[in-house]
Design a protein around this ligand. Sequence first.
Ligand SMILES: *Cc1c(COP(=O)(O)O)cnc(C)c1O
Length: 455
Amino acid sequence: MKGSMLKHPRSERPAPEVLATADVTIPRHELPAGEMTPDDAYQIVHDELMLDGNARLNAATFVTTWMEPQADRLMAECFDKNMIDKDEYPQTAEIEARCVNILSRLWHAPDARQATGCSTTGSSEAAMLGGLALKRRWQRQGRTGRPNLVMGINVQVCWEKFANYWDVEMRLVPMDGDRYHLSAEEAVALCDENTIGVVAILGSTFDGSYEPVAEICAALDAFQERTGIDVPVHVDAASGGFVAPFLDRDLVWDFQLPRVSSINVSGHKYGLVYPGVGWIVWRDAQALPEDLIFWVNYLGDDMPTFALNFSRPGAQVVAQYYNFLRLGFAGYARVQGYARDVATRLAGMIADLGPFELLTRGDELPVFAFKLRDEVTGYSVFDVSEALRERGWQVPAYTFPKNREDLAALRIVVRRGFTHDLADLLLEDLRRHVQRLEKQAVPARDATTATGFHH
Ligand SMILES: *Cc1c(COP(=O)(O)O)cnc(C)c1O
């Protein structure tokens, strides 16, 4: 192995040995026959990971890339705690329960003393649990047809997984013109007596827009009056669950709407915790069928659990509680408010550059999508994305789904740690690249030749 020429800060300066002595080949796909020193192993893995993108320049991800050093320390202290060992770590279990209570109150559950919910590994696991509860409630009504779930085509892939793994038909409302998410009318049109629920997304991954949860609920109320069919709503608030309560206090989207039966959120997105934690909360105990619950021993007592995993790290749950305590309502409002300021200002400046047109402005989630004007024919959004990568910025370009496959866009996610100053640097790079690309005659990349991007 060649020595790394990169300068390391003092604390992570390479162990001198490994740079001069490491073997030519390090086995990568089989277990090495013998041992190496911890320093050597550390340095080899550390050096390889330098090839990963810089997480702070990653405008593609919604997931937290910066936490306070005190949170880092707390997490390190909890790396050895298993969330399922409620008996051994009763205080970690207590902290999880407090977080569920906090979220129930934040989302206006009718009786937060009866808070029903749990932590998960992320919104994907939370979606499985929410979907399973909907399916079981539907089965309980004695229906025998094939169950279906109604949602917009912009749903995150976790809902496609849910439908596939648990054999539920997906009824997807396509996009149409400049409607990039679910509408109330289209949702109701797909409902029937085998609909286990409608999923409404608070913060679409495609463009950061909120789906009209209250309108969807009202339309389903009217549908019930007409047909007698009662269709519950699950809100996938993976991002918005930690944005709307602080910044859009007049928006009614949560348990204030009686039809909303469950809500999921990603603690590791705008909950501001490193990857590995999500939450699901039901409006009350009745919304979660009891036969889905398993009981584990907890200090000689039985404690209910509902989860796909058994063992799971406890550190992220502790870090979530740290954030709640540290930031409080005002702190979350400040952090998310700053992100939205950065997003709306950057969106405005990008619109002013000339060749771009905004699809959203960053004024719902601090996330916005933009496209090239139709007159721009010499380069594509995929060229722009690739150009930004040269400086380490990760700004994904992608095409939209059904009925708007013609639309290709770029998306920027602003989250904690992305400052106005970084936004200015990104804008300067974008301006420079656009000047160069304007001289190009035909696009170099399209959706098929661009590097993959998954939501
Ligand atoms: C990110 C996201 C998910 C998946 O969440 P994970 O926490 O990454 O598992 C689901 N739905 C929406 C709307 C999302 O933004």
